[in-house]
Design a protein around this ligand. Structure first.
Ligand SMILES: [Zn+2]
Length: 135
């Protein structure tokens, strides 16, 4: 302890703030790595639990969303058939592949009005926030 104190004082007088900063950073690094070794198993366990929690939450949200998504798209397909046009006046797509796209601010409800037909290109752009103009 005495040696450390003496060293700290000596550095402060000698090399100023730069030396002090460096020595404290180095000490921090050392203590962090030592702490890491000691509690590594505990930390790992905590991390694992946290990850599992996140994963569960995510997978629930994910599957819930996907069930809705596929359910609605099956419903759209069986009631209105395959999307076969792009309703975007400003369409720049290749007009080969079309999707049913949910309108912004609408829910995945079984309402035809909540959906529009877009080509793949417009759909991707629409989902990214590009404006479209409907026919
Ligand atoms: Zn289009």
């Amino acid at each position: 302890m005495i040696a450390i104190k003496f060293d700290k004082l000596g550095r402060r007088r000698g090399t100023g703030m730069l030396g002090k900063k460096h020595s404290e950073e180095t000490k921090k690094k050392i203590s962090q790595s030592e702490r890491g070794k000691i509690v590594s198993s505990e930390t790992k366990e905590k991390h694992k639990k946290r990850m599992l929690g996140q994963k569960n939450e995510k997978s629930i949200a994910w599957s819930g969303d996907k069930v809705g998504y596929y359910g609605i798209h099956d419903w759209l397909f069986s009631n209105f058939g395959k999307a076969n046009e792009c309703e975007n006046i400003w369409c720049l797509g290749d007009k080969e592949k079309f999707h049913w796209a949910k309108l912004e601010n609408r829910k995945y409800e079984r309402k035809r009005d909540n959906f529009i037909q877009l080509c793949v290109k417009c759909h991707v752009r629409y989902d990214r926030g590009y404006r479209i103009k409907l026919k």
